[in-house]
Design a protein around this ligand. Sequence first.
Ligand code: NAD
Ligand code: MG
Length: 405
Amino acid sequence: MRQPTQPRRVVVLGSTGSIGVNTLDVMARHPDRLRVHALSAHSRMERLAEQAAACGAPVVVVPDDAARTRFIAAWRGATLPEVRVGAQALSDTAADTQCDMVVAAIVGAAGLPSALAAAHAGKRILLANKEALVAAGTLFMQAVRDKGAELLPIDSEHNAIFQCLPHHGPSASRAYAPAQPAAGVRRLLLTASGGPFRLTHPDDLHDVTPEQACAHPNWSMGRKISVDSATMVNKGLEVIEAHWLFAMPPERIEVLIHPQSVVHSLVEYVDGSVLAQLGNPDMRTPISYGLGFPDRLESGVGMLDLARAGRLDFDTPDFTRFPCLRLCFDALQAGQNACIALNAANEVAVQAFLEGRLPYTWISRVIEASLEWQAGRPSATLGSVEDVLAVDAAVRAYSGNLGLA
Ligand code: NAD
Ligand code: MG
């Protein structure tokens, strides 16, 4: 395997989250290839201080002065890292000349400006933050193309599809942001576990608790994406994400329920061939793929025991049981203002649900009402990240008043 002469320097945005922790786990296995340049977190400064001390991060980014004080108080390492403060510092750090790769693992639209800054700076971007693409697909992909950034999807389904797509010719060793669907591809098939309520009767969903919604059968993830998996908003956001990443028209993207989460997604070609990527449900596989591409890195993920799994099941999704999935397809058809509204309303509703202010079944109602409200407004031109964030803020203000206790 080719060894780079200098370790590549990595910025991990959202290092204290589920993706961030898995990223640091993989990186610690390859100190000769990969080195942390900067870490960021929004809360849990003690955890951030532990991480920064363990990996020797020269820079950390925290949200405000109070967090900076907490970080310094929690510091137990040798030399204190440079502590940068605020949202602008996140974007500036993602564009630092000393950094080669940015792991975009902040949750929600809050991660958009820094992910976009990494694209503008022409970095290799390991994109976990799907909300950035949902809210700003055109802007983001255009920046990747214009600046020659390298975009590697970390979401397991998109990473699977990326691995199953053809990588031929002179660009084979570089990730790419295509302007049209790959030649010979007929359909993309995104698998979905169906989450914790796959078999729950719809009448029993009204009273489910955040703990029940976050108890995903196969994956251990942050709370917001866990709720998104329960409602299947997550799969809907992933359909939109796939549309942008692979320049694929919505009608050529399908969702397939696969409860075991072993087949991470599939690509169907015009000759009838279907290529799939399989593996244990462990995010260290797609993360190590992105960190090492085009090489393969040891990730700590165990061997797949298909004989033990015994069987792999597949089914079509039930749009009645999962109304949010239909709303996501509708938003994609309606355009980017609708996608911003979908994402913003969902973030507001999920937060309210997690805080006990909104019943579970109201998440879809808040999204639907917000999409209707947005459809009644003139569409904004989305030429900049500020334009996107203005629509996002207007929708949040509207949906924040819907049915919240
Ligand atoms: P998480 O909640 O575990 O972690 C989120 C991280 O972002 C934390 O470090 C937190 O401090 C930081 N953060 C939160 N709000 C912030 C803000 N306003 N500004 C700056 N930083 C902020 O989330 P996660 O599960 O790691 O997911 C991160 C992203 O990756 C999400 O977009 C999610 O959809 C995507 N993703 C996650 C998984 C998974 O297995 N966890 C899989 C695929 C995609
Ligand atoms: Mg996924």
